[in-house]
Design a protein around this ligand. Structure first.
Ligand SMILES: Cc1cc2nc3c(=O)[nH]c(=O)nc-3n(C[C@H](O)[C@H](O)[C@H](O)COP(=O)(O)OP(=O)(O)OC[C@H]3O[C@@H](n4cnc5c(N)ncnc54)[C@H](O)[C@@H]3O)c2cc1C
Length: 370
């Protein structure tokens, strides 16, 4: 039976849910408070890493579920969203060994490389101790991916409304009784179900709607772009902490049309998404410049351009993808959700249709320290 579904939030996750729901024949309306392609949330910019390598095999499986969906999205929308350039992981041998084992266990190709082999193949990169390469990885074109998802959803009948802020959601708590959504621009809208994908606004928006939400930290992260004429040829890379390199969360990077993007994972200051200054921290820019001088000969000595973006991080960095009554929640993507977008859209559609969710992503799960 076709359901009437409202999706709150038109970032990556709301757009992905809208595409997968409309692909299953549901009648979808997306409500997004800002304009198309805005840069106030988590999904804007020209690049995100796609990769299969994760220490936790279920994330590798989720990325494998996303890969053919990204390719199907390209066919449906006529837009290019994913370029496979491969990924290099290097640093702590223990970390690299686990990643290689998980990939091999999933039947995927993985190559072990010495630091010398990395430099020979990608002269812009210098690898620490152990390294590995997997080819099923690369660059998602972030802004294009969000617009392609919304376009593909619209082609399947979804309505996409920008400039509409949802100010309240009312429901009895019982599945089957529907929801009423109140906005700042029009009368209340009613539907069978609502999907809430409000990114960094989740900690303020969701507690009134669902129980068992894990605590979430909203931070302003600030990667930089280094200019490099060959940026689009770079693989994505992660320098994992360990083996004498002690930066918590490590360093990630990838080529993009804006240059080689390099960033730290989840170290930004806590912010209110409605009142953040968007001013890059000069000390963090300086740290990345020094990192490039030491580890990225391909961009050493160049002038980086910073940008800012929001992370919404749970204590275990696992996502929140669950349903209570008619409310499906997509939240807490902890700085690594983009690659899984259309697979998460599919999980949201499963929940809306009444299928069970995944324990790892459940509301009310135990999280470290809570
Ligand atoms: C610097 C940076 C680098 C990253 N790198 C990677 C990477 O390499 N690989 C990877 O997999 N992931 C990466 N991520 C993570 C990934 O980008 C996010 O997980 C993902 O974009 C989250 O999307 P979202 O839809 O949850 O949030 P958002 O994109 O913020 O979307 C939420 C939307 O909800 C809207 N909204 C909020 N409140 C309301 C309301 N009341 N009414 C209507 N609309 C509302 C907002 O305007 C916003 O558009 C990175 C993130 C950042 C910040």
């Amino acid at each position: 039976m076709a359901l009437r579904v409202l999706v709150v939030g038109g970032g990556l996750m709301g757009a992905a849910a809208a595409w997968r729901l409309s692909a299953r024949g549901h009648r979808v309306t997306v409500l997004e408070r800002f304009g198309p392609g805005h840069d106030r949330g988590s999904s804007s910019g020209t690049s995100r890493i796609f990769r299969l390598a994760y220490p936790e095999p279920s994330y590798t499986q989720l990325a494998l579920r996303a890969l053919p969906l990204w390719q199907r999205l390209e066919e449906e929308s006529g837009q290019s969203v994913l370029t496979l350039t491969g990924a290099v992981d290097h640093g702590s041998p223990e970390t690299v060994d686990v990643l290689a084992r998980v990939l091999a266990g999933a039947g995927r190709s993985v190559q072990r490389l010495s630091p010398g082999e990395v430099s020979d193949r990608w002269p812009g990169l210098r690898a620490d101790t152990t390294a590995m390469y997997h080819p099923d990885a690369g660059r998602l074109h972030a802004d294009d991916a969000v617009s392609a998802l919304l376009k593909a959803a619209a082609q399947r009948g979804a309505e996409v409304r920008h400039g509409v802020c949802v100010t309240g959601i009312r429901h009895s708590g019982r599945t089957g009784e529907g929801v009423t959504v109140v906005t700042d621009t029009e009368d209340a809208l009613t539907a069978d179900a609502v999907v809430v994908a409000v990114g960094g606004w989740a900690p303020a928006f969701l507690p009134a709607l669902v129980t068992g939400l894990p605590p979430m930290r909203v931070t302003q992260e600030q990667p930089v772009h280094f200019p490099a004429p060959d940026a689009l040829d770079w693989p994505s890379f992660i320098h994992h902490p360990g083996a004498g390199f002690d930066q918590p969360g490590g360093v990630y990077g990838l080529g993009s049309v804006d240059g080689v993007k390099v960033g730290l994972h989840g170290v930004g200051k806590v912010v209110d998404p409605d009142h953040r200054d968007r001013t890059p921290d000069p000390a963090a820019v300086e740290w990345l410049r020094a990192y490039a001088d030491a580890w990225l000969p391909g961009v050493a000595g160049t002038e980086p351009t910073p940008l800012t973006c929001l992370y919404t991080t749970t204590p275990d960095e696992d996502f929140v993808i669950d349903r209570q009554g008619p409310v499906t929640v997509l939240a807490g993507f902890s700085g690594h959700g983009f690659k899984f977008g259309p697979a998460i859209g599919d999980l949201a559609a499963d929940l809306v249709e009444g299928r069970p969710g995944t324990a790892r992503f459940a509301l009310g799960r135990a999280t470290p320290g809570h």
